[in-house]
Design a protein around this ligand. Structure first.
Ligand code: GLU
Length: 513
């Protein structure tokens, strides 16, 4: 039997890292087994729909490199793939009617007030909360027919069996048993005629031939209902794979307080999709061995349910940062420029750095400068990117890291000026530098190479009795970049070129005292 899995999001909010991890596991599992991955949109809860959310789901998983073969955008043998459309097409009706005929489901006409009263009384009497045996569970067909005739609104509920052990075979946790007496009767069809998750997802999983259901472990609380629904309809249940929750490093469920959780915010913050996919896959999945950096292809080849952990996965932002840096460093010069260009051209990027929480951070402005330079002086920009490539964590970091290359007058770090410009040899050093650079500046296209810059500064040190290069290198760096940290000095000098260096060395003299 060929593997069929589905990612079944509800378009009720922006997809976060936990959601996309489920989609990623489905993709990996399908690829590993030569199976099919289906995207199914579970949009029957009309009140909670968020406009644009389905598009965001598709964009998020596409960005991460997750593939699917059937879905609303692709069609397939089980179309339509949006549950609202399936409901309209009458896909669920016959199965719900069959359940009613078999005595496994029934209409319930309780008013919201009656349900609230039931809840209160259960609370007061310390009884389990839920619909365990209201009036309508026991009502006969005549009573229901009369209520229908009166036009009273109603829902359809699943009649949970009594005194039965319901068993879920979870691929990660093994056998999980439930006493059916502890499970209340869930609503299958709401008063507006829309099926609930319990109804639509189970019927679809069956009709679409889903072999393995990957979903969040929060569904374990409902799985007894799902097991029973399959049994009541005489259907073979799928293999359930309840993937563990993701916790922050503080042991609390991952939420906004841990920073970004929305998938596309990671893109806007400058993370590479390969890094995020790799990182997210390993929260809760141990591929065995010490391997951490894995391409999508390697993950597809290695993915196995046996490697999924039942214990919660921990989201460690430092690990993500490390991985992202590694991915950036693996890029060739061309791919790096492409990745940065793509990043800068996304409207999300600017929106992200304009957010209130980043007000005062120079990142947005620096990214704009980088973007302009990539357009007007692509060679300079690419050389600057290549020099910063070993040091950045995210694509966004390139903005501030590269800014000094492009700024007309890079700001001078006060402390650096204090520390290095007070030394008596610095004015002469800067004068010599300018003198040395002049001939280069006069013949365009022939700036000094990194080795020549190094040779010049070493010779200057020797001629002036310096044993170490530090007192030469540091003030030169501050003069040319305004900072004490950055890429190798000789390399950055070669990229800056003679004209810029002359201008900056002259400007630095204004800071001398
Ligand atoms: N629509 C459900 C949700 O978004 C999906 C659960 C499932 O995968 O079955 O939570």
């Amino acid at each position: 039997m060929s593997v069929r899995v589905r990612y079944a999001p509800s378009p009720t909010g922006s997809p976060h890292v936990g959601n996309v991890r489920t989609a990623l596991y489905c993709h990996l599992f399908a690829r590993r087994h030569g199976g099919t991955h289906i995207l199914r949109i579970e949009d029957t809860d009309r009140a909670r729909l968020v406009p644009g959310c389905e598009e965001e789901i598709v964009e998020s998983i596409q960005w991460l490199g997750i593939e699917w073969q059937e879905g609303p955008d692709k069609g397939g043998p089980h179309a339509p793939y949006r549950q609202s459309e399936r409901s309209e097409a009458g896909v669920y009706r016959q199965h719900v009617e069959r359940l009613i005929e078999l005595g496994h489901a029934y209409p319930a006409f309780d008013t919201p007030e009656e349900l609230e009263e039931m809840r209160l009384s259960q609370q007061l009497n310390r009884q389990p909360i839920g619909y365990f045996g209201g009036l309508w569970r026991e009502a006969g067909p005549d009573q229901a027919a009369a209520a229908k005739k009166e036009g009273r609104p109603y829902v359809i509920r699943l009649r949970m069996p009594r005194d039965k052990t319901l068993v879920c075979h979870d691929a990660i946790r093994g056998r999980i048993e439930f006493d059916s007496n502890t499970v209340d009767d869930p609503v299958l069809v709401k008063a507006d005629g829309m099926p609930t998750y319990h109804c639509a997802a189970m019927i679809d999983d069956h009709l679409m031939g889903i072999t393995h259901v990957f979903r969040g472990e929060e569904w374990i609380g409902s799985v007894a209902k799902h097991v029973w629904l399959f049994e009541a309809l005489g259907w073979e249940p799928p293999v359930w794979v309840h993937v563990p929750v993701i916790l922050g490093k503080d042991g609390k469920k991952l939420s906004k307080r841990h920073g970004d959780t929305r998938c596309l915010d990671y893109r806007a913050a400058g993370y590479c999709p390969e890094a995020l996919a790799n990182f997210v896959a390993l929260i809760g999945w141990a591929p065995g061995g010490d391997v951490e950096l894995m391409s999508m292809q390697e993950m597809c080849a290695a993915f196995d349910i046996d490697g999924l952990q039942p214990s919660p996965g921990v989201f460690d932002p430092e690990k993500l940062n490390w991985m992202n840096g590694q991915y950036i460093r693996q890029l060739s010069e061309e791919r790096l420029a492409e990745a940065v260009q793509t990043y800068l051209s996304l409207p999300d990027t600017a929106d992200y750095w304009l957010r209130e929480e980043y007000a005062g951070r120079p990142t947005g402005e620096a990214l704009l400068l980088l973007s302009n330079t990539l357009r007007t002086q692509p060679e300079l920009a690419q050389q600057a990117l290549a020099l910063e490539q070993p040091r950045v964590v995210t694509l966004a970091d390139f903005g501030e890291a590269c800014a000094f290359f492009f700024q007309e007058e890079p700001p001078m770090d006060e402390a650096a000026v204090q520390k290095w410009f007070g030394q008596s040899h610095v004015p002469e050093l800067l004068n010599s530098l300018v003198d040395w650079l002049f001939p280069f500046a006069e013949s365009p296209n022939s700036g000094p190479a990194a080795e020549e810059c190094e040779a010049f500064l070493r010779a200057w040190a020797q001629d002036h009795g310096f044993e170490k290069l530090g007192p030469i290198v540091h003030p030169t760096r501050v003069a040319l970049t305004g900072k004490t940290v950055g890429p190798g000095l000789f390399e950055l000098m070669a990229v800056l070129g003679p004209a810029r260096m002359i201008q900056r060395a002259r400007r630095a003299r204004e800071f001398l005292w």
